[in-house]
Structure formats: C-alpha cells, structure tokens
Design a protein around this ligand. Sequence first.
Ligand code: TYD
Length: 134
Amino acid sequence: MERTFVMVKPEGVARGLIGEVLARFERKGLKITRLAMGRVTTEQAEEHYAHLREKPFFGELVEYITSGPVAMAVVEGPDAVRHVRNLVGATNPLEAAPGTIRGDFAVELPYNIVHASDSPESAAAEIERFFGRS
Ligand code: TYD
C-alpha cells in the first residue's frame, strides 16, 4: 500500500472540477483517506516548488498556486504514486494524452489543474507540508 499527495490547483477549484478530479482516482480503485480545502502560503509554495527556483516562471508559479483556494487529498492504494501520475498526465497540457486529467481539462502551463507527488519520498514530504505531522 502506498500514499500520494494530490492538490486540485486554484483554477481547478474555480472551474468546479474538484469532484471530477477526485472521482477519477476513486473510479480507478484508489482510496481518498484525507481531504481538505485550504490556501497555499507563499512560504509553502516556495518550498513546494524549490526544484524550480531558478526557472524564469518561478515567480508566476508561486503567484498562481497561492492565488485562491485549493483542495488537498491523500490518495492511497497499491503503487498509488504512479497510478495517480498516469491519471494526471504529462506536465504540459499540450503533451498530456486525452483521457488524462490534464489532457482533458487544461490547455496551457502553468494552468494544469492538478498536482500529484512524483515519488513516495515527495509524497511523504508533501503530506507533512500540507497536512502537518500525523
Ligand atoms: P514540475 O514539478 O516539473 O511538474 P509536475 O507538476 O508535473 O510534477 O512542475 C511543477 C509545475 O510548474 C507544473 O505543474 C506547472 C509549472 N510549470 C510551468 O509553468 N512551466 C514549465 O515549463 C514547467 C516545467 C512547469
């Protein structure tokens, strides 16, 4: 059993897609074990996207992710990290296959609807970052 962290980003929430996104994980057979609405602080955003700090779009990215309410979830199941990443699709909506969340609902970066952890280690760090220690 594995845990991963998912966030429906501000434009996903604004467009009313929380249910649509989470339903895809449930339909697959994965379980939502934690769920919360919240706001990402600038400090959390800078830490969350630290690997992109040198990129020209870093400022825009932090501004975007902190711009409105988000939905955060812990999703569990066998190989949950990879299953969720497969369901989410490629980072760039232009490369995300139809049938994936980003392929179905997004057209351009940075507006790609959803974040999902890229490894079990990132998942553990992100769950702690956004839900706190449990
Ligand atoms: P990244 O961690 O590379 O991808 P993923 O979200 O698929 O794990 O990038 C984090 C976010 O940064 C990405 O979801 C959208 C944004 N981004 C851009 O706006 N432009 C870019 O060129 C890249 C690579 C990412």
